[in-house]
Design a protein around this ligand. Structure first.
Ligand code: PBG
Length: 333
C-alpha cells in the first residue's frame, strides 16, 4: 500500500471533534430573540379549538391567547403575529369584520397589548381572507376577479383600525400591487408614523398553506395564483422587493421558508433592512406528522429547519414552534 505521509494534510474533522468545539466554530446561532410566534384567535369560543392538521396548535380564545403571549415573553420570543378568526356569520364579500374596531383581531390586539405592553412586538396579519366569505385576500369585481385597487382601500382602513387597536407592526400578506405605499400613507395620515410595516414581500402560491386554511376556517373558492407568486420564479421576487422598499417597507419577509431558501438568500444579500422568513403551516405539519410516525427525531428536526432558515439569511423567523424552540434554546448559548 502506498504511504501518503501526512495525507490528508487538511482535516476539517478536527473542528468537529467535541460538542464544545462544534459550538465554538458554529457560523449560525439561533436565539429566542429571532423568533416570532404566529397565533390564531377565534371569536365566540370558550375553549381553545385544536387544529387537526397542525397538532399542538390551537385557535385560541381571547383568554388563552393572553396566556400564550405571556408564555412567549417568558421564553424570550421577540414577537407575536396575530390572526383573527371571526364567527362564520360575520364573513361577507367585503370582509367587513376585518375593519370593525370591535372585530376579533382588534379585540385580540388590545388584549395582548394590555397583557404584555411593549415586552413583545405585537404584529397583526393585514389581509382580508380571514374575513371574506369567498376566502380571497381581497374584494372581487363583477367578473369575480380580485380587484387590486378596491382592495387597497380596504387595506388602508384595516391598517388604521389595527394600529388604533395597538399593533406595533402590521403585516400585509395579500400581495396586492401598491399595498405597502397605501398602508404607509394610511398610517401616517392618522398619526401612526411609529407603526412599522413588515411586508410579505415575496409570497409564493404554495401548497404548504393547506393546514392554515383550516386554522382560519377559510373556504377558498378557486386559488390565489393571480396574486401570489409562481414557485418557478426568483427574479420576480427581487422586483417585488425593490417595489416594497420604495413604498416604505421597514422589514421584508419571504414565505414559505423551507422550499425557498435560495430566494431568502438572494433577498438577504440584496437589502439592508431586517429580513424575516415564515415557516408556514405545511412545513410545521410535515415535521409533526413524520415525528408522530416515529420517522424523524422531532426536536432535532425542528432546530435543523430553523437553523437552515437562519443560515440562509433570515434575521427573524415566524414559526409555530417559537415558544417551544425558544425554551429549548435557553441556556444553550
Ligand atoms: C393570508 C395568509 C396566509 C398565511 C398567512 N397569511 C394564507 C394564504 O396566503 O393562503 C399562511 C400561513 C401558514 O400557512 O402558516 N392571510
Amino acid at each position: 500500500m502506498t504511504s501518503y505521509g501526512s495525507f490528508p494534510g487538511t482535516r476539517p474533522r478536527r473542528l468537529r471533534t467535541t460538542p464544545a468545539m462544534r459550538r465554538m466554530v458554529a457560523e449560525t446561532r439561533l436565539s429566542p430573540a429571532d423568533l416570532i410566534l404566529p397565533a390564531f384567535v377565534r371569536e365566540g369560543v370558550s375553549e381553545p379549538v385544536p387544529i387537526s392538521a397542525m397538532p399542538g396548535v390551537v385557535q385560541h380564545t381571547r383568554d388563552t391567547l393572553r396566556k400564550a403571549a405571556v408564555e412567549a415573553v417568558s421564553a424570550g420570543v421577540s414577537g407575536i403575529m396575530l390572526f383573527g378568526v371571526p364567527e362564520d356569520a360575520k364573513k361577507d364579500a367585503a370582509g367587513t369584520a376585518g375593519t370593525d374596531p370591535d372585530g376579533i383581531l382588534q379585540q385580540a390586539l388590545r388584549d395582548v397589548r394590555a397583557e404584555v405592553g411593549d415586552d413583545l412586538v405585537v404584529m397583526s396579519d393585514l389581509c382580508l381572507d380571514e374575513y371574506t366569505d369567498h376566502g380571497h385576500c381581497g374584494v372581487l369585481d363583477e367578473a369575480g376577479r380580485v380587484d387590486n385597487d378596491a382592495t387597497l382601500e380596504r387595506y388602508a382602513e384595516m391598517a388604521q383600525v389595527q394600529a388604533d387597536a395597538g399593533a406595533h407592526v402590521v403585516g400585509p400578506s395579500g400581495m396586492m400591487d401598491g399595498q405597502i405605499g397605501v398602508i404607509r400613507d394610511a398610517l401616517d395620515t392618522i398619526g401612526k408614523e411609529d407603526v412599522a410595516v413588515l411586508a410579505y414581500t415575496v409570497k409564493y402560491s404554495s401548497a404548504f398553506y393547506g393546514p392554515f386554511r383550516e386554522a382560519v376556517g377559510s373556504s377558498l373558492r378557486g386559488d390565489r395564483k393571480t396574486y401570489q407568486q409562481d414557485p418557478a420564479n426568483v427574479r420576480e421576487s427581487l422586483r417585488e422587493l425593490a417595489l416594497d422598499l420604495d413604498e416604505g417597507a421597514d422589514m421584508v419577509m419571504v414565505k414559505p421558508a423551507g422550499p425557498y431558501l435560495d430566494v431568502l438568500a438572494r433577498v438577504a444579500d440584496a437589502v439592508d433592512v431586517p429580513v424575516a422568513a415564515y415557516q408556514i403551516s405545511g412545513e410545521y405539519a410535515m415535521v409533526e406528522a413524520a415525528a408522530e410516525k416515529g420517522w424523524i427525531d422531532r426536536d432535532a428536526a425542528i432546530l435543523e429547519t430553523l437553523t437552515g432558515i437562519r443560515r440562509a439569511g433570515a434575521k427573524m423567523i415566524l414559526t409555530y414552534w417559537a415558544t417551544e424552540a425558544a425554551q429549548k434554546l435557553a441556556g444553550r448559548g
